[in-house]
Design a protein around this ligand. Structure first.
Ligand SMILES: [Zn+2]
Length: 293
């Protein structure tokens, strides 16, 4: 997600140094989380990817998927996946970056799809929040459908960005996305809409906004949805969860989101970690085959 939210780099706070949290039963070593949607390929991490990866590992976040927005950021995601254990990539064109795709672009995406560390086509989808112009929305729909088609041909799952475009996203997935394993990242719709996406087989990703004060309808979605379809993610560098809100987000903070899920569902953090990590491996099979640490 692209939005203006800037902040300073902060190390992952040790559990006992945090305010307003209860002491966990589990240590960081005992849990294993996957940040299923992040952007260490963003320029805001230009200087400290190694540190961010180290802080993630210290927090129990052993694997991360860096999503592409453009061909350039997709390339960077693939490079990072090969430079670090535990990093994986999604490749694709984000709706805010929508442009006509050429045969060369398709060939590049297809080439990356052969790479075992590329786990999906993503992030792709629709953004009607930032894009109000109807011809641009039409172009978004066109390249969204085009990339769904590519994913089907390349036998890869897709990671979907849907902001203020729930009805069109659902309609397109129903018509054009059949048979493609699908994650709806940063789910932000109603309980009713969540049911519709779950009905067609989607997994839902939740991130920072779950911890925000105004998260009322999202709380119900996360409380009520089937646990075996839930993923946790940061969408870093944006939307840092409470208590890091306002700062630059990073994969280590996915732990705060998992803690919120645990609280909402009356589960332990270890059980949330186990379930969401199993889900991540189910929807993104290439996570399974690679080394974990
Ligand atoms: Zn994103």
């Amino acid at each position: 997600m692209k939005q203006e939210e800037r902040g300073n780099v902060v190390p992952f706070a040790p559990k006992d140094a945090r305010e307003n949290t209860t002491e966990p039963a589990e240590s960081a070593e005992a849990i294993e989380l996957v940040d299923t949607h992040t952007h260490l390929n963003d320029e805001k991490f230009a200087d400290d990817v190694p540190d961010a990866v180290a802080r993630a590992r210290a927090a129990g976040v052993t694997r991360c998927i860096n999503m592409g927005d453009t061909l350039e950021s997709s390339k960077k995601a693939v490079e990072l996946a090969h430079a670090y254990e535990g990093l994986f990539a999604g490749v694709g064109i984000h709706p805010e970056e929508a442009r006509e795709l050429t045969a060369d672009d398709d060939a590049q995406l297809a080439k990356w799809a052969e790479d075992e560390k590329v786990v999906c086509i993503g992030e792709i989808g629709l953004d009607y929040y930032w894009v109000k112009d109807e011809p641009m929305r039409e172009l978004q729909r066109k390249i969204f459908i085009h990339q769904l088609d590519l994913a089907r041909q390349l036998h890869l799952p897709v990671c979907i960005h849907d902001r203020d475009a729930h009805a069109d996203t659902l309609a397109i997935l129903k018509k054009e996305g059949q048979g493609i394993p699908t994650v709806l990242h940063c789910y932000s719709g109603s309980v009713e809409m969540a049911r519709e996406f779950l009905k067609i087989g989607c997994y839902l990703g939740t991130d920072g906004p779950l911890t925000f004060k105004n998260a009322s309808k999202l709380l119900n979605v996360i409380r009520e949805m089937p646990l075996d379809r839930l993923l946790v993610e940061t969408d870093a560098p944006y939307m840092a969860p409470v208590p890091m809100r306002g700062r630059r987000n990073e994969p280590a903070f996915v732990r705060f989101i998992a803690e919120k899920v645990a609280e909402l569902r009356s589960m332990t953090l270890a059980d949330v970690a186990r379930a969401t990590t199993t889900n991540a491996e189910a929807i993104y099979p290439r996570l399974r085959r690679a080394e974990k640490r």
